[in-house]
Every structure is written in C-alpha cells, then in structure tokens.
Design a protein around this ligand. Sequence first.
Ligand SMILES: [Zn+2]
Length: 153
Amino acid sequence: MNDGNHFDDVRDEVDGLSGIFGGDGLSSMQKVGAKLAQDGSGYVYSLRCQGCGTNLNVHVSWDELIYCMARKKPVDPTTGREWVYDQARGGVYPPGHTTCCNSPVPMLMTAQEAAQRVEAGLHARKLSMGYFQKMMQRFQQQIMPVNMGRGHR
Ligand SMILES: [Zn+2]
C-alpha cells in the first residue's frame, strides 16, 4: 500500500512539472518575447507567470548565457545560486521563484537557445568578442587534460 502511494506522489510531481514548462519549453515562450537588454548586459525574456498570469521580465546576463551554451550550470549574479539542471528536458532553469506569487520561473534554457542569443549579442556588438573568447578559452582549459590524455601515445 505504501508503494502505491509513493508512485502516486511521483506521478503528480511529473505532471506538475510538465504543466509548469508547457509542451515545448522555451521555444513557445520565445514568441512571447526575448530581446536584448537595453543596457547591453544580456537578454530579457518576457514570460507569463504560471501561478497568477503576471507578466514577468527575466533578465539573463551574458555570463549566464555563455555558461549555458557551454553546457555548464550558470550562476544567478544577484543571488549567487546555481541554475537547476533538468536532465529530462536537456536544459537549465533559473533558481528561485517569482516575486508575484512565489511560483517557479517558467523558463527552460537549452544550450542551443543560449548559443543563438550569444551569437546575436556578438553580432549586435552588445557582447564583446574578446570577452566571449576569454570565457570559452577558460572552459577549454578546464577540459584540456582529458583531451591530452586521449591523444597521448
Ligand atoms: Zn505569479
């Protein structure tokens, strides 16, 4: 009997998650709006709170986008908390909850989505190519020992 209850709990949790993120993740939310931040510090996503319907503007910094693009967990610069990795959906979502009604932030960022935003930022010269390359080099240095080991004769 306990096992039965346990499975019921798990199923409810999964249903709840799919309700939060919708069918196709961020792609459906892009229609709502993703635009360059006016101060050039990243992107602003316009989302609708799943809890109460309030319009939300979620600011995502270049660092967060670059980390996500490199398949590393970004860190929220205001709270210092790591984004949460959602393995089933192959993306990350921001930590914390909405200020309107304390719901989860209804957004999932994939590496592909982040790469598109970074590319657009470089193109618009809002993100400096030098800074971007420095970040990518840092990531490459972190994985280099693995590559060197593989190539070692
Ligand atoms: Zn809300």
